[in-house]
Design a protein around this ligand. Structure first.
Ligand code: AMP
Length: 279
């Protein structure tokens, strides 16, 4: 398994890996890897000849008061896991390597970047689209793998790939959960045992919405109210948003059509968690 910190080495190794008609898959991550990340790696291995994983805690997608400096960094463990999964290359640049002094070019998908997490975290998606564009240029993958857990990110990246004609396919993989329903998330390790229990309210609220939808409820307003009732059971958990949206535009829809995305974000203590279902 190749491990590189520089763009130059990664560019030339990826060019070589892509040689002889081999299909290259890229899995972008911020490290602190868990089974959710590994599910993307396995999906990539299943359909690609060679797999590259990037590990980079990207400062441009964190707000000034967010957890960039304390975000978990577990590089040695991550490498061991990726080696077991048969990954061919890890790209783990420093911040200076990705953003040398004076770098001032950003990629912004207007509109959709201001919705859901983009509304709560101004500038977040500009950071995501900038770093993912750079990763695409550096590795030139045929396929890139992302998790449905970050459904708003998927919408933004799909639009970016379309608008900027990136010659690659985005592959979206299902949410991996703990046995009790909590969506795996690198930030779950911030939770105390008590908070870990309270965090289940996100999944419970979405299950309630799913049941209501299965029972024939189509009003977005009523579905959101059903989710809010469940959140009321955990008053210490602060809801950031509960929304029923079009999964491509992230615009709110009044009625659930087939494929509507129900997304939630909430603070459990100081930890912000997200989850979603597609109805
Ligand atoms: P992150 O390291 O949090 O930036 O995540 C890297 C990738 O892993 C993103 O595409 C995420 O959507 C995906 N991912 C994170 N958690 C999960 C999960 N529980 N299930 C599926 N994919 C996930």
């Amino acid at each position: 398994m190749l491990i590189f910190k520089t763009i130059a080495e990664t560019q030339s190794a990826c060019a070589q890996l892509r040689g002889e008609g081999r299909i290259l898959g890229l899995v972008p991550t911020m490290g602190a890897l868990h089974e959710g990340h590994l599910s993307l790696v396995r999906a990539a291995r299943a359909v690609c000849d060679v797999v590259a994983v990037s590990i980079f805690v990207n400062p441009t997608q964190f707000g000034p008061t967010e957890d960039f400096s304390k975000y978990p960094r577990t590089f040695e463990d991550d490498c061991a896991l990726l080696k077991q999964e048969g990954v061919d290359l890890i790209f783990a640049p420093t911040v200076d390597e990705m953003y040398p002094a004076g770098a001032s070019t950003f990629v912004l998908v207007e509109g959709v970047s201001d919705r859901l997490d983009g509304a709560s975290r101004p500038g977040h998606f500009r950071g995501v689209t900038t770093v993912v564009s750079k990763l695409f240029h550096i590795t030139k993958p045929h396929k890139a793998f992302f998790g449905q857990k970050d459904a708003a990110q998927v919408a933004v990246l799909r639009k970016m790939v379309r608008d900027l004609n990136f010659p690659l396919q985005l592959v979206v993989c299902p949410i991996v959960r703990e046995s009790d329903g909590l969506a795996l998330n690198s930030r779950n390790r911030y939770l105390s045992p008590e908070e870990r229990q309270k965090a289940l309210v996100l999944h419970r609220a979405l299950e309630k919405v799913k049941d209501a939808g299965a029972g024939g409820e189509t009003s977005a307003q009523k579905l959101v109210a059903a989710a809010r009732d469940v959140f009321a059971e955990e008053p210490s958990v602060r809801v950031d948003y509960i929304a029923v949206v079009d999964p491509d535009t992230l615009e709110e829809v009044p009625d659930v059509r087939s494929g509507a995305l129900v997304a939630v974000a909430a603070f459990v203590g100081t930890t912000r968690l997200i989850d979603n279902i597609v109805l």
